[in-house]
Design a protein around this ligand. Structure first.
Ligand code: GLU
Length: 299
């Protein structure tokens, strides 16, 4: 028998929710409701420098205003660093991660140098879904240097993607929009799994937590589709169940531009304050209506 359906909404308390978040949250909520399953809330608050205390409450209030309810206390990623360390330790034991001492500046300089070098280097600069791939500088360090520098310098941990992907064989996931998708995590290169300032990254935390919360169906925006290649790989390496994915289209403004957190005027809080009717917004979002109270357009 398959596991009872559980979906989640996983905002970062670094800004106000807007209609794009509302759309995602409602889709996750409705999917759970229709299946008689659980809807869960998780605050992705590992980015301690950008998190603001008041957003936790505000996000919960905005979701309730929208008519979304949850039974279990929200999961806080900031309280789960031990779980992320344990996952990273497993990957260390498998020799699939390495410490990286590069600053952003170092990485940019290395990429610039490889582009302008008169002779092509053995590993040319390649672009991934999020820009140029990490050029692999720290992958080449020997054990002695690694050990010495780990003890003395701030460092992140990166996955050795070529090695990890070679170990797993073909992987895939089921996506409600795209069908069966073959995972190609190599397109991301050696992504960071633990940052210098926190013992995790988005990729590691989201993978560990979807499993920890028993999430069977991940509902999120199409902007995170490419990230799923990495998550699928990590699920395999960490022996975690593979949820179904529902990557939905993004909500855009009338000019076709994606909504961003800095657009405070389009926030749910602003709509509430302007006396907008939550029922109307809910109905428009559920109907995929091209116009939401004259404010926004759907993709
Ligand atoms: N925390 C992410 C965001 O606010 C969502 C991550 C996810 O759904 O996997 O965009």
């Amino acid at each position: 028998m398959s596991a009872p359906v559980a979906t989640r909404f996983a905002p970062s308390p670094t800004g106000l929710l807007h209609l794009g978040h509302a759309y995602s949250a409602l889709r996750a909520y409705d999917l759970a409701q229709e299946a008689g399953g659980r809807f869960l809330l998780r605050f992705e608050d590992i980015d301690t420098g950008r998190v603001r205390e008041h957003y936790y409450r505000q996000i919960e209030d905005d979701l309730r205003w929208l008519g979304i309810e949850w039974r279990e206390p929200p999961m806080l990623q900031s309280a789960r660093f031990d779980a992320y360390r344990a996952a990273l330790d497993r990957l260390k034991a498998m020799d699939l991660v390495y410490p990286c001492f590069c600053t952003r500046k170092d990485v940019a300089a290395e990429i610039a140098a490889s582009v302008s070098a008169p002779h092509p280097r053995s590993r040319p600069t390649v672009n991934g879904p999020d820009g140029p791939l990490y050029p692999g500088t720290c992958r080449a360090l020997d054990e002695d240097e690694r050990r010495r520098r780990v003890a003395a310098e701030p460092h992140a941990w990166r996955i050795d993607m070529a090695r990890a992907a070679a170990m797993t064989g073909p992987l895939s996931w089921i996506d409600s929009e795209a069908g069966s998708v073959a995972a190609t995590p190599e397109i991301h290169g050696d992504v960071v799994l633990a940052r210098k300032d926190v013992p995790t990254s988005y990729h590691l935390a989201v993978t560990v937590d979807d499993a920890a919360q028993g999430v069977t169906d991940v509902v999120r925006g199409a902007d995170l589709f490419a990230a799923t290649h990495v998550h699928r790989l990590l699920q395999h390496l960490l022996d975690l169940p593979v949820p179904h994915y529902h990557h939905h289209r993004l909500i855009t403004d009338a000019a076709g531009k994606r909504l961003a957190k800095r657009d405070d005027a389009r926030s749910l809080a602003a709509l509430r304050q302007a006396g907008t009717n939550a029922e109307g917004i809910r109905a428009a979002l559920r109907a995929g209506a091209p116009d939401i109270a004259g404010l926004e357009a759907l993709d």
